[in-house]
Design a protein around this ligand. Structure first.
Ligand code: QUE
Length: 349
């Protein structure tokens, strides 16, 4: 048992509390190594009816993977070992994402705060995603020279109206009601009613009934007026065409979206658009195999290490991407990311 995740079983419910509140509950390898076997136990235990996963503190569900630790372990180069943190972390995280996706019982994730990257991977694959007015949902990886992983290939390619491609490229943050645009099957429950929801589940009420009793109208959200711009602009097949379409749109939303894209890693933008194309229709397993190839490609490159430096270490938010210009990211660079890594593909043995 590590201090960073609290795992308990009581009243027929398995509960995991991500407990690193000062780090916004960002997911570490030891936490993954606690949660994965717990899910196996809960799946097999006939006494356990449901699983609840939530974050400690009042700010975050989970802000992502512990990418700072990966940065530390990989920034001065890495050996070929399969156990190197840049391989073990992502391999075990992606296996956990698949385990949640295939989990045979109700898996209730309470997204009552910041939910980014790795936190999305701990929630979107579960059967019940509970969104509140405090939910802030994003896949922000193009800001750190990465790409949306944790099974986002599966999730984002199923969002309506190019919303997934927009989220993936821009890292846009969705709040409250707008999260339901990306994930229409999630449920909105006011934050103050979550204790009641949990109590109902623990009392033996079926999860679907408990959620139905607590659900509320999330209100209109803010995305509605921009759905058409997103659908039109993000349907294009190249990053340049998307940027041009946003420039032609003329509205403030399109201008801000385009400005944001200009600050993202040019390599990430090209890789992610290709990921959204190749990812369509993949099973969760094939999506995660693809993502493992991509993440190892990123670990062999420059922008991830520079992105973490700029966003999480020095916090100057001024990454010097290499290549720095989109036109210098040729097809060879993109293609390199889609190759099977030397240690072999991810498997689910
Ligand atoms: C993009 C990201 C991440 C990010 C910021 C980005 C990410 C991530 C974190 C994060 C936040 C707080 C922590 C921490 C990590 O921030 O993936 O350890 O305490 O995990 O712009 O992809």
């Amino acid at each position: 048992m590590t201090a960073d995740i609290a795992i308990t079983t009581a009243d027929g419910v398995g509960t995991a509390v991500l407990d690193r509140p000062k780090a916004l509950n960002a997911l570490t390898l030891p936490m993954i190594r606690e949660l994965a076997p717990a899910l196996d136990v809960w799946a097999a235990d006939p006494q356990v009816r449901a699983v609840i996963v939530k974050g400690a503190g009042d700010r975050a569900f989970c802000a992502g993977g512990d990418v700072r630790a990966i940065w530390e372990a990989g920034r001065n180069g890495r050996d070929a070992s399969a156990d190197h943190p840049t391989r073990a972390f992502f391999r075990e995280e992606y296996r956990l994402n698949r385990q949640i996706h295939r989990f045979p019982k109700p898996y209730v994730a309470l997204l009552d705060g910041i939910t980014m990257g790795g936190g999305v991977g701990l929630s979107v694959h579960g059967s019940h995603r509970i969104v509140t007015e405090k939910t802030m949902f994003a896949m922000p990886e193009t800001a750190i020279g990465l790409f949306p992983d944790v099974g986002a290939t599966w999730f984002l390619t199923r969002c309506p109206d190019r919303v997934g491609t927009w989220l993936a490229l821009t890292g846009a943050r969705l709040k409250g009601a707008d999260v339901l645009v990306a994930d229409p099957a999630a449920h909105f429950v006011p934050s103050e009613r979550l204790p009641e929801l949990e109590a109902a589940i623990r009392s033996g009420q079926p999860v679907d009934d408990a959620v139905a009793a607590m659900r509320a109208d999330p209100g209109p959200g803010t995305l509605g007026p921009h759905r058409d711009t997103i659908r039109r602009c993000f349907a294009h097949g190249t990053v340049e065409e998307i940027l041009d379409a946003l420039a032609r749109d003329g509205g403030e939303f399109a201008r801000e979206t385009r400005d944001g894209l200009m600050h993202r890693s040019p390599t990430s933008l090209r890789v992610v658009l290709e990921q959204m194309k190749r990812g369509q229709g993949l099973s969760i397993e094939d999506a995660l195999v693809l993502e493992y190839r991509l993440v190892q490609g990123c670990m062999d490159g420059h922008d991830f290490f520079e992105g973490i430096r700029a966003v999480l270490v020095d916090k100057d938010h001024a990454p010097k991407w290499q290549p720095s210009r989109l036109e210098d990211v040729g097809p060879d660079i993109v293609e390199r990311h889609f190759r099977t890594p030397p240690e072999g593909d991810l498997d689910f043995a």
